[in-house]
Design a protein. Structure first.
Lengths: 664, 564
């Protein structure tokens, strides 16, 4: 046996950053609403996977080098927490690696690069936070845009939040959600006493009196939206081109609000009480949202379910496996125990049989009808349960168990011996939704288990292409989390590149300012570090890259060059306006919307234009998702930038394929 | 089929330091350690190349623990350094780099092992004498009446690890809470028997750094399943019982012993009955909080919860002692006898915090807060791990000041000053010293040269790339000038540690160049406070360990390796 050693690779030339840049470049197609699928084929096992998100791509690639591994870890923790924004993260990690590399080539020292880039990101985040829009405003605006007649007085450019003053800083931007609500509240109160209300905080009403008609309709709309807080508009704003998934989410929210604790509240989405049930084989139209816990079950249990129907059932919940040899986590099995037995005890009843009898006896005695288990159940016991009309459901997720525990009063237990009257809950109904022949010959039933008073909602996600199913489930979750986070944050960022455009503007402003101080004060004063402007310029370029890639991916422009021209125009336009009236660029992509019209089918040009106008939906991004993705991307770049040595432990000195590995 | 392998003979290497391979590995290790050193130290990524976790660090304790060495000499050094760190918490990199520097310089100058170690030991004595004497310019007294020197000590530790990824504001926040945690651990009144408090560090991933804070008492993560019950906590105080033995109901206590058992016997059932007896007793005795270092059997947990007890399992070994100290409970180590009355402790109250997705239960002390918890938050795991280690180091060295209330100037000033002093002393007393050490005059001067060079390169390895290291010729402080094309700090304002202001006419020389030896003059009455301070105790020990280790390694004639 040869000794396993420690290899050391010195990364004098910042290979890590180059690797990161190259890796990220492979995922550019995932940015934006029109995600292209990628096939990943394993030559060795001839398996293939279809992916359309950075997270799934990295997961499939099984990168073993340190940079790939770090990138994967970063995206994974981001995905697990927020469920969207990984493509932004990876893209930015890539372009910012390039920024760092360019800085190194220009001879800027690492500490300076870090200081400069941190400052750049801080500026961007600050600017974005100043210009975040409250959720109420988004809803209100969405309602206005929906109105066909609203088009006259509400040109898209007008829909700009007035507080987005860039030069005056946060004077008016202190407007918080509460004030906004008050604001809407005040509309409600004053409305009976008839219009002519001077509203200071909402731009829709400040315009002028000759828009009285439009104003009034706006009022009513806003009033309505403040009362019911129509979640649909909000959902549309953050759907990012996944209308079908988002409509499922909206439906889920509707069901949850109907069955939730606060029945009057309509703006709820509890992701903890959301389940997905992938359904391969059926076409996508069959996707739907249902109240209760829906799952696929093999057909043998169908007859059992029929017998349980129309009856309130008793339920029992189990953590872990239900089998004789299952032990709770943390239990160490004795290794060196041998069992001796007398001849007389060889009567044929094994320990397991005894256990099964006991378990079954207990279940029958307490008249348990449904058994939810987070692990698996011994096959034999399952058969027995089937005979005795006990429905057994395995592999139930922890949050589902928790919800059942809360709604039925059942207490989750680990061992069947713990089962007592007090642990059994009641008030559960089951019904078969449909029978369905899955892939191959297996027949399944779609079963709904529903506890009274639950707000548990299942999204059944169907696709006739099995390989797409995972991406569709992911898409659903990302929509759900986007809406959830929008409600939680209470704020959104203008999307579709507007926030990034703002960043560019902010960076340019800072660059100009530092240049003018240098020019103005000359050599005497201690000017802000010259390298800083270089770094900020490079960062602005990377945002430019981001937006142009987004535009190209969205099919809005054919080449990046076109995109650059358009961005430049918008920046200029913005510059003019911001110097004039301190207004925000709003969506630079005025004609940018996620509609089918773009991929237009058979409509004539004119129809399409009308369609466009009507379907025009403003796009918004989550504040948390964006800022987290940016922060994580920069952290990753900094970690790799500051690394000079890669150490591989446990490799063999002889077998090592690396040429430039040194051994310790 | 068993196979018998012939034993291979041991491998014996003669004069290991004469081999280029060994020297190469030594210099590789030195490069690796010195590139980690200082506030701009570069990071190392450690992984296993098969998709395992990637460890990113520049901390010597983490780094040396993760490495495996093929060369016995390196292994020996790594052990020395790790031992030093576990005792003093700081200066691990210093020890390693300085030691290898001494060895390499002795080899380079062809000094001969015996002479080198004699000279080194003599110079070490001289250094220690200087550093502990009153006329030492690089030592400052820690002034406990102001927070400044404590902050400066914490500052140099916390800003020296880049993998923590702290912005200046965040670093300031972490520094102040570290000092706060330290101050809380110092008992207020000195009447009667007092003992130090403790600080427990609890990492929490995914939250912003500014959420880090100091809590009095203990902070324990609890599972979300309990959150419902914890909403209905009654006000304290709570009677508590603490088990250090596993209550999972397994037979882990017997270890590797072999057991033969009758099939009729059900050890698990019997154990569970025993556990439930404990539970019954706890309920009977009015216990409010049932805690265990390890796993608690779900059946017992179920029973206890039903009776309204708060259950905490998997406390972990690190929390046990502070727990005992805070509550006055006695750890119960067996489950076969009833819990004695005096074993129960008390908790002043319970409080639930929610941070992100985590639920944290705060156990408040009933008396004086002898225990406090430092909750550290960071965005991701890599940075949080490094931050945790760094804060623990900072706390360790702050505590060392209570033993010896001194600190050394940081930023490399101590090193340059010490080397200037040693050079001056040796040149003035070279002849007597050489005769006393039984070596030639030139050998002694060469040894001094090797020693001082190694010390000075410690100062220069604080800077990575693009900077010039200077030393002034009056006080021997360390000065850094940046030479990258567009730096704003081309003019020197103050020395590295911040004690000295630049003034016209102050002669400077590049570090590790020839200069006329001089006695580093004391700075009389400076109105500046040093910005960076290093731990006096840790650095003194680091000097000792490094020199001893270097002498030992230089003395090694053979290495004998068992290759079976």
């Amino acid at each position: 046996m040869s000794v396993l050693g420690t290899g050391v690779i010195n990364q004098g030339r910042h290979i890590g950053l180059q690797q990161l840049e190259a890796l990220a470049a492979a995922t550019h197609a995932f940015l934006g609403p029109n995600k292209a699928y990628k096939f990943i084929q394993d030559d060795a096992s001839e398996e293939a996977a279809l992916v359309c998100s950075c997270y799934r791509l990295l997961e499939q690639l099984e990168l073993r080098d340190s940079v790939g591994q770090l990138l994967y870890e970063t995206t994974r923790s981001h995905q697990e927490a927020l469920h969207s924004g990984t493509s932004t993260l990876v893209f930015l990690a890539g372009v910012w690696s390039k920024v760092a590399l360019d800085c190194l080539h220009k001879g800027i020292l690492i500490p300076h690069i870090i200081a400069g880039m941190s400052k750049g990101l801080d500026l961007c985040v600050e600017a974005c936070m100043r210009n975040a829009v409250t959720v109420e405003e988004v809803v209100c605006k969405g309602a206005l845009l929906k109105q066909p007649s609203g088009g006259d007085c509400m040109k898209p450019e007008d829909g700009l939040p007035p507080e987005l003053s860039l030069t005056t800083g946060g004077k008016e931007s202190s407007q918080n959600p509460i004030r906004m609500i008050n604001n809407l509240e005040s509309i409600k109160e004053t409305l009976p006493t008839k219009h002519r209300i001077k509203l200071k905080h909402s731009r829709h009403f400040t315009s002028s009196s000759n828009e009285a008609e439009g104003t009034q309709s706006a009022e009513t709309l806003c009033q309505k939206s403040s009362k019911t807080f129509n979640i649909v508009q909000l959902a549309e704003a953050v759907s990012h081109g996944c209308e079908s998934s988002m409509s499922l989410v909206v439906e889920a929210s509707r069901i949850q609000s109907r069955h939730g604790k606060h029945k009057d509240q309509s703006q709820v989405l509890d992701v903890e009480r959301l389940v997905t049930c992938p359904l391969p084989g059926l076409s996508e139209e069959h996707s739907c949202v249902l109240h209760g816990y829906v799952l696929l079950l093999c057909v043998e249990q169908a007859s059992l379910v029929k017998r349980l129907k129309e009856r309130t059932l008793k339920i029992s919940l189990m953590n872990g496996d239900l089998s004789e040899n299952y032990r709770h986590v943390g239990f160490n099995r004795p290794k060196n125990i041998t069992y001796v037995s007398d001849c007389s005890s060889l009567t044929g009843i094994s320990r397991e049989q005894e256990w099964i009898d006991g378990a079954l006896g207990k279940l029958l005695k307490l008249r348990v009808d449904v058994l939810l288990v987070s692990g698996v159940v011994t096959a034999q016991l399952k058969d027995h349960c089937l005979i005795h009309n006990i429905l057994v459901i395995e592999r139930v997720k922890a949050n589902i168990l928790k919800d059942f525990a809360m709604t039925t009063g059942a207490i989750p237990i680990s061992y069947i011996t713990q089962l007592s009257e007090r642990c059994v809950g009641s008030g559960v109904c089951v019904n078969v939704l449909r029978e369905y022949r899955g892939e191959g010959k297996t027949e399944n039933i779609l079963l709904n288990v529903i506890a009274s008073g639950t707000s548990l909602v299942t999204a059944v996600i169907a696709s006739s292409v099995h390989a797409k199913l995972q991406s569709m489930v992911d898409q659903f979750w990302s929509c759900a989390y986007r809406l959830h986070l929008a409600l939680k944050d209470g704020k959104l960022l203008p999307g579709a590149g507007a926030a990034e455009l703002l960043c560019i503007h902010q960076l340019y402003k800072c660059i100009d300012m530092s240049r003018s101080t240098i020019a103005g004060q000359g050599e005497a004063a201690r000017a802000p570090a010259p390298y800083e402007t270089t770094i900020l310029q490079l960062m602005a370029d990377s945002w430019m890259d981001y937006i142009s890639t987004l535009m190209v991916n969205a099919g809005q422009v054919v080449a990046k060059v076109q995109a650059w021209t358009r961005i430049a125009q918008h920046l200029k336009d913005f510059e003019r306006r911001s110097s004039l009236k301190n207004e925000m660029p709003e969506t630079l992509l005025k004609t940018y919307f996620y509609t089918k019209a773009l991929r237009g089918e058979k409509e004539s040009e004119g129809d399409r234009m009308v369609e466009r106008e009507r379907e025009m939906v403003r796009v918004y991004d989550n504040v948390t998702v964006k800022s987290e993705a940016w922060r994580r991307a920069l952290d990753l770049v900094f970690l790799i930038l500051q690394t000079d040595t890669e150490i591989i432990v446990g490799i063999n000195e002889q077998e090592s394929q690396h040429r430039d590995v040194m051994f310790l | 089929m068993s196979r018998v392998c012939k034993k291979r003979p041991s491998l014996c290497t003669d004069e290991p330091l004469a081999q280029t391979e060994v020297l190469q590995k030594l210099s590789l290790l030195r490069h690796m350690l010195s590139s980690c050193y200082g506030p701009f130290g570069r990071l190392k990524q450690i992984h296993n190349n098969v998709g395992g976790h990637v460890l990113t660090t520049s901390t010597s304790s983490v780094l040396l623990k993760a490495l495996t060495f093929s060369e016995p000499l390196l292994k020996l050094m790594a052990t020395f350094v790790t031992n030093h760190i576990s005792r003093f918490g700081d200066c691990g990199l210093f020890t390693g780099i300085f030691c290898i520097g001494l060895i390499e310089n002795a080899e380079k100058l062809n000094l001969g092992a015996a002479a080198a170690s004699r000279v080194y030991k003599q110079l070490l004595k001289e250094s220690v004498r200087y550093l502990t004497s009153d006329c030492c310019g690089c030592k400052v007294e820690v002034d406990f009446s102001s927070i400044h020197s404590l902050m400066a000590l914490a500052h140099s530790v916390i800003t020296s690890k880049r993998a923590c990824m702290l912005t200046p504001d965040e670093a300031q926040h972490i520094i102040s809470i570290t000092v706060q945690a330290f101050l809380q651990s110092v008992p207020c009144d000195s009447s009667g028997r007092t003992c130090f408090g403790r600080t427990v560090t609890v990492p929490l991933q995914g939250q912003p750094v500014r959420d880090s804070a100091v809590f009095s008492g203990l902070l324990v993560e609890v599972s979300m399943q309990q959150s419902e019950e914890l909403q209905r906590l009654r006000p304290g105080p709570y009677k508590i019982v603490l088990f250090s033995t596993s209550l999972s109901g397994d037979l882990s206590e017997i270890g590797e012993a072999k057991l033969k058992m009758h099939t009729e016997v059900n050890p698990e059932g019997a154990l569970l009955d025993q556990l439930l007896l404990l539970g019954e007793q706890a309920v009977r005795d009015g216990v409010g909080l049932f805690a265990c270092q390890k796993v608690i059997h779900p059946v017992l947990q179920h029973y206890l919860r039903e009776h309204g007890l708060v259950v905490i399992e998997r406390l972990g070994a690190a929390l046990m002692e502070p727990f005992v100290q805070m509550t006055g409970a006695i750890m119960v180590e067996s489950l076969y006898s009833p819990v004695l009355d005096k074993a129960y402790g008390q908790v002043g109250g319970l409080h639930v915090y929610r941070r992100g997705s985590k639920e944290l239960l705060q156990l408040l002390p009933s008396g004086e807060p002898a225990v406090s918890t430092l909750l550290l938050c960071h965005r991701n795991e890599t940075m949080l791990d490094e931050l945790k280690v760094t804060c623990q180091r900072a706390e360790h060295i702050l505590r060392l000041t209570l033993k010896e209330p001194y600190a050394l100037l940081g930023g490399g000033c101590t090193e340059t000053m010490l080397s200037a002093y040693i050079r001056y002393m040796s040149q003035s007393k070279a002849f007597q010293a050489a005769t006393a050490l039984n070596c030639s005059h030139s050998q002694f001067l060469l040894g001094t040269e090797a020693f001082c060079c190694s010390l000075q390169s410690m100062a220069s390895s604080l800077n990575h790339g693009g900077q010039h290291c200077l030393m002034d010729l009056t006080h021997a402080h360390h000065w850094v000038t940046a030479v990258d094309m567009d730096s704003q700090t081309s003019a020197l304002l103050s020395c590295s540690c911040g004690l000295m202001k630049d003034r016209p006419g102050l002669g400077k020389t590049y570090v590790n160049t020839e200069y006329r030896s001089f006695f580093p003059a004391l700075i009389e009455k400076s109105d500046c406070q040093p910005r960076l301070l290093d731990s006096f105790t840790a650095k003194l020990s680091a000097l000792n360990v490094a020199v001893e280790m270097a002498c030992l390694v230089l003395d090694v004639k053979y290495t004998i390796k068992d290759v079976n």
